[in-house]
Design a protein around this ligand. Sequence first.
Ligand code: MSP
Length: 518
Amino acid sequence: MSKAPFYITTPIYYVNDIPHIGHAYCTVVADVLARYHRLMGVPTLFLTGVDEHGQKVQAAAEKRGLDPKKHCDEMAENFRAIWKELNISNDIFFRTTDSFHKKAVQDCLSQLHDAGEIYTKEYEGWYAQADEIFYTEKDLVDGKAPTGTEVTKITEKNYFFKMSKYQERLISHIEKNPGFIEPSYRKNEVLGFLRQPLNDLCISRPKSRLSWGIELPFDRDYVTYVWFDALLNYATGVGLKQSGKTDEFKKWWNASPSPVMHLLGKDILTTHSVYWPTMLMALGLELPRTIYAHGWWLTQSNEKMSKSKGTVVKPLDVKNIIGVDALRYFLSRDVRLGNDSQFSIELVINRVNSELSNNFGNLLSRTCSLIAKYFGGQLPVVEKLSEKSEALKAVALSTHTKLEAHLASNELQEALGVVIDMLTNANQYLADREPWKMAKTDLPHAGETLTISLECVRIAAILLTPVMPTKCEELLKRLGGTSGAWSEASKFLALKPGTVIANEAPLFMRVELPKAEA
Ligand code: MSP
């Protein structure tokens, strides 16, 4: 039976700045999840992209003295280039300035307007430019937005989407679908928010205040609120409101159960779990299966990284120190998905040295160098497995099942932990059996130990390929070019005796902390 499709998205990032480690984090995790699904034979689609309209981007372009489109073109290229360096395998790079998207957004607006889901009214509110959100008086905390940004009072005529109409339906959907908002504590936060009366959503901005946006099809004096435009990307990216794309849209969006998983940071959970589902309900479309809110990377003083404070970490700076695969590994492994965590280069280096260099890399080097020394670089024959070898075999064979179970619950950190545990077991087994001594008195036993250890390396290489594609592919090449197919991770002694095993430089070099510049 063919497997149900999986469509994963990252937020589309504002092009007011170049990506930092927080953006890279979400994109790498989404990439890793996409690659796992592909490797397991699931039809997979992965979308990332950029959010180009709105006040923030208009202001950033003005600051650079550039026409907004020219500014966006340059910034979009920056994102693309950085994702390429991080080996991101997105199928779609979405840009909200693409004409098919603009047309589709206008068609959605017309549909909702014709159906009476959009109305106009004179509105007085508190506008936070930095958040691009209107707040009511009661939302304010000490005269500021709940996010802490400055607000100004504005009165104007605007268009509103009848979001409040869908409040009860949304609550019921969230309650009936436990996996809809994850982690589950975030679901409770959203339900808490929905216990208050829900306001309708202001979806327009007068051109007199903001011109950089998608024009409302029913009033040329207004552009569309950037979040209304941006959220629709997930659906227009797979064919919504585009002729000839009905099948594509049905496959990737409008299916039941839904193939869609949105990954995003906890700060934009409300827009994704309240605005977006109610928009979809009004449009008569399926809701995503999962909205997963990840946490933040914090500075060492436990603050969210901030450009103005100069505490932002650039992903390529880290990559240049430890390499792309080690960076991908760190981001996937170091924090439980959903939690916040501090970021420091010391933490990165400790993690990659201890788990990649000392554990994984060491097992590989010791095994390969002993096979070179005592078996002419060819995999020894194994006659019969000893009790200890059988025990390690059982651990190795259960690893992919445990990993799959963790992935099914989006527990990426734990999924990788299972592989590390197997490698730790294998290193312990090697240390206990001391094949370097055994080889002098009992060569067949030494051969058994080395072959069993190398099997663990082979299985780890397959299971970690989505996280470290380049290193793992190179490793599989060293093991006689053995297959990296997912099904091979559930086999033991898959490498044939006599296979030529390359004994090369360490796969993961130990990394030293760069010296501070004088
Ligand atoms: N354009 C909107 C999203 C629209 S999606 C339809 C946006 N863009 S953003 O450029 O501000 O990127 C936000 C994403 O980066 C969020 O998911 C946010 O959580 C994430 N991060 C920003 N700083 C972060 C950290 N320090 N750590 C982890 N992720 C954080 O919002």
